[in-house]
Every structure is written in C-alpha cells, then in structure tokens.
Design a protein around this ligand. Structure first.
Ligand SMILES: [Zn+2]
Length: 400
C-alpha cells in the first residue's frame, strides 16, 4: 500500500506528548503507519520536507450549529445576549430550503478545508440529517430544547421528540439537550429527564454572558427584561442554585457534559462544576464570544482549575468563521502565555474525549484520527500569527 511521509518541527501525539522533529507515515486509508524522529540531515537525504510548525490529529469542533450556516453575516455584534436575541426575533428574511441546504453544504466544505474531522452539532430541526447519514465526518447531534415557561416547554418537547426520532431513524447519533440556563423551564427539565438519563452526553450553553449571570443570580437584567417585560412571557427558568443542583445530578451519574462558552463563569461557579461534574468539558467559542460579549473566557482561570478545555466555532450567526485554527489564533493573540501545543490539545484530544469521539484526537500507530499540518511561521516565538492548516488525511483517506 502506498504511503506518505510528512515531517514537522513539532508532532503533537497526545496530551502532553510532543515529539520534536518528527515524521509521520500515513497510509492511503488514513491509518497512521509509523511515527519516528528525524534529523534535518535525514530529512534532506530521504527527500522529506521538515515543515516549520505542527503535525497533529484532525480537529474536533466541540460546538457548532451546522444547520444555521445560512445566517452568515446577518447580525451585528455587541450588546450581549439580549441584543442578539432581539436581532434573531426581528429577522424577517425568508430562506427557501435550497438556500439553506447550499449554505449548510458550504459549511461542511469549510470544516473539511479547516482540518475538522468531527463535530458536536446543535440541531433544532432535522434539516442536516440528509448530510449526516452519509458523511465522512464523525458527529454527534444534540437536539436542542428550549422553552422559558411550562407551555412553551411542552410544545418544544413534542417537536424535539420528532426531530430526535428522525435522526435516529436515519442512523445518525443524536441526543436531546437543553439550550441554556435562562431558556429551559423546570417543566422542560423534568420532561427531558428520562432522555438525559439515557444519554451518555449532553451540551448546555453556560455562562455565556454577564446578562445570563444577572438572570441566574437575581432574576433580573437585560435577558430577564426581554423575556418578561418585552415579550410578556412567564419566566420559569432556574436560578443558579437549581441550575447547579441539576448539573450536579447529571454529573453524579457520570454524564459527559459540554458546558459551552463559560465566558462569565465566576471562580465559585467553576469550582462547583469542577467538583460535581467529573466528566465536564468547557467549550468556549472565541470568535463568537468576542461577537456577543466582547470578551473571551478567562483562560488563565480555566487552565488553573485543571478542567478539560475544548473549543468550538459556534455558528455563522455569531462567528465570522467555521475555522477551529482561527479560534486558537484568537486565544493566542490574547493569551500568548498558553503554549501552542496546549491550544492544539484543546482542538484535538480534549475535544475528542469531551465529545466521546473514541479513536480521534491523538496520533497513534494503527489509528486513523485524521492528520493536520499547521504551518505557523512564528511558532518559535509562541505565535499563531499567519498560521494556516493543511489537512493531510481524514479519518478514511490520505489527501492530495
Ligand atoms: Zn451555540
């Protein structure tokens, strides 16, 4: 079988395993055949180019909404969550199914170009099932439930059950999932309980904005006013205590929980989650976080806690790109103290473990986790400035 050898100054094998001057041999079907050290001299002699940058497993996008690719560029940044929700509510543009499907297809093409091999996807409908049933990506779909009071919750649950059944009938891995702290009523949490208990994993938008913290801690602030005063809804969503005891319940059952964003997480909230949910993964989406909240998660705080950190692109409604490398570049620009190899761990092994994507995220002989060459001309200075990703292999094939 024909193989390809590719070498780089840094080869990220797995968590904390960085091989300097390494060469990876990969087969036509994407299987990793060999991983060795190589010197400059050897590389020259053997005609292998030693690239300035990193080789790593294919990227895992631990939070996206692939169905929403058609909302590209429609909304304005700033004003936090209430302003974003207002813009969604005010949107009067009609999209026909062909436009939606074409935008989704373009989104999946971007995933491939950006070296993404797997993704955790929020779904409000089954409009992506046609793609997922035949895709070469690995994916998990989270059928998202929201309803801020009992009536809305019951209606949403019925629709959700149908969407879930549609996915599963087509062999797509899918689970129910709550939307966010401020949008799920007590009644809806109870309706979902059997589903969540039966699933190995769920995802939750958590501590995305300081407005959400106002809502959780005081039942006040811009999100509360929007729901209660402007939209005239009875708000029956949880406060922080109820929210945390719900997380602790599922955490205690050993569920993998993806807490998405965590921008406005306080040290106390972080400690609670860390202690009560052993299989939690925090999934900030840097470009989206800048768009909505104008700031990033406190990565120094998150790193110091030892919590598992992954990364997501979110959707094109709030993120300018669907590039995982771009998310890392943003974090690198704000936090140059975080080693590039560690950022790449968020995008590979941590995402794979957090999303339960077995066999992905690490370069091991016999595995086929995809292979990315990340060219970062200034990596020696710890910079991802002008970095770009060249996918070398997917899970099933060597590329070019
Ligand atoms: Zn999201």
């Amino acid at each position: 079988m024909e193989t390809r050898r590719i070498a780089a100054r840094n080869v990220l094998l797995g968590r904390g395993e960085l091989l300097h001057n390494g060469v990876v041999t990969i087969a036509q079907d994407g299987t990793v055949v060999a991983i060795e050290n190589i010197t400059d001299e050897q590389a020259k002699r053997e005609g292998v180019e030693l690239h300035e940058g990193f080789l790593c497993a294919g990227f895992v996008n631990a939070h996206t909404h692939s169905e929403l690719a058609f909302l590209d560029g429609l909304f304005l940044p700033g004003g936090s969550m209430a302003a974003f929700l207002r813009q969604i509510d005010a949107l009067r543009v009609q999209f026909d199914p062909d436009t939606i499907r074409a935008a989704q297809a373009k989104g999946y093409e971007t995933f491939a170009k950006e070296g993404i091999v797997a993704y955790a996807d929020i779904s409000n409908d089954a409009s992506t099932a046609y793609f997922k049933k035949n895709e070469t990506f690995r994916s998990v779909s989270f059928v998202e439930m929201f309803g801020v009071n009992a009536t809305l919750g019951e209606a949403a649950y019925k629709v959700g059950e149908e969407v879930l059944a549609t996915y599963r009938a087509q062999g797509v891995e899918a689970y129910m999932t709550p939307h966010a702290t401020y949008s799920v009523s007590d009644r809806l949490w109870k309706l979902m309980q059997a589903q969540l208990e039966a699933s190995p994993i769920f995802s939750l938008h958590y501590a995305e904005t300081s407005q959400e913290i106002d809502f959780l801690e005081r039942k006040a602030g811009a999100i509360y006013d929007l729901f209660h005063r402007d939209w005239g809804r009875a708000v029956e969503a949880y406060g922080l205590k109820d929210m945390e005891s719900t997380l602790a319940y599922y955490g205690g059952l050993g569920k993998h929980i993806l807490l998405v964003h965590c921008v406005a997480l306080s040290p106390v909230m972080l400690d609670f989650v860390k202690a009560s949910c052993p299989q939690v993964t925090m999934v900030p989406c840097p470009e989206s976080n800048l768009f909505i909240e104008g700031r990033l998660a406190d990565y120094n705080l998150l790193r110091a806690s030892g919590v598992r950190l992954a990364v997501g692109t979110d959707s094109l409604s709030s993120s300018p790109t669907l590039s995982i490398l771009k998310q890392l570049e943003v974090v690198n620009a704000y936090y140059p103290n975080i080693p590039i190899a560690e950022l790449l761990e968020w995008a590979t092994i941590n995402g794979a473990e957090g999303c339960l994507f077995d066999g992905l995220g690490a370069l091991k002989i016999g595995a086929h986790p995809g292979l990315n060459l990340v060219l970062a001309p200034e990596w020696e200075q710890g910079s991802l400035h002008r970095a770009c990703v060249h996918p070398v292999a997917t899970q099933t094939a060597l590329l070019n």
